[in-house]
Design a protein around this ligand. Structure first.
Ligand code: DX5
Ligand code: ZN
Length: 224
């Protein structure tokens, strides 16, 4: 599939979300951070807003659920129009059952881990997922500095995906910008979430282009 860029709407202007989506039409996905003030100490948006975004978005929605009890709430986000739904390993009671339910509803299923959560216990679940998200900041807020110590997990997931022969995407989220994206790509990420680096820039379209170019070059160096 190659490099994909998923700008996070968390850094967008919440009063002009439809315009902000048009500004990222060159991206592969729009990353939507759902926070419930329980799993993380912040509250963003929920299903009705996702439904409204899905109706106008030029790109598919990549929903990142930072919520307690995803087993109960995640399927509703597929109904709301999300094409990819990622829930946290730390929050799910029955991750396999939930991933199967999301896939049966027609969405891609993603599993997220916080920067300090070991990925090891989840590697045997790779066949159940379409994407693994390794957080590169503590979830909850945009604009935080990149956590270098999450990169070994990215490497470990990439190695396990390669060994499995499966086409599971490896996403990084948090502090991804022009200074850090190459290291993420070298570690094996192929889907890059960027909030402040895209919406905090003068021109969201060119920010997407330059992030994509940097990641593509770094991937080529590793592959070559
Ligand atoms: C953090 C969110 C991220 C956040 C990234 O909990 O999951 O998607 O918006 O923002 P930046 O790119 O600014 O770190
Ligand atoms: Zn996110």
């Amino acid at each position: 599939m190659g490099v994909q860029i998923s700008p996070s709407l968390l850094s967008a202007d919440f009063a002009r979300l439809a315009d902000e989506l048009s500004a990222i039409a060159r991206a592969d996905w729009a990353h939507v951070d759902v926070m419930d003030n329980h799993f993380v100490p912040n509250l963003t948006l929920g299903r009705p807003v996702v439904e409204a975004l899905a109706a106008v978005s030029p790109v598919p929605l990549d929903c990142h659920l930072m919520i307690a009890d995803p087993d109960r709430w995640a399927p509703g986000y597929v109904d709301a129009g999300a094409r990819s739904v990622t829930f946290h390993a730390e929050a799910a009671a029955a991750p396999i059952r939930l991933a199967r339910e999301l896939r049966a509803l027609g969405a891609r299923a993603g599993l997220a881990v916080k920067p300090s959560t070991s990925v090891e216990p989840y590697l045997e679940l790779l066949p159940e997922f379409d994407m693994i998200l390794v957080m590169t900041v503590e979830p909850g807020f945009g604009g935080q500095p990149f956590l270098e110590h999450a990169l070994p997990s990215v490497r470990r997931v990439r190695q396990a995906v390669a060994a499995s022969g499966l086409d599971v995407w490896v996403q990084v989220d948090g502090g991804v910008n022009e200074q850090t994206i190459e290291r993420c790509a070298e570690a094996g990420a192929d889907v890059f979430v960027a909030g402040s680096a895209v919406f905090g820039s003068e021109n969201a379209g060119s920010a997407i282009d330059s992030l994509r170019a940097l990641a593509t070059r770094a991937c080529a160096t590793v592959a070559g």
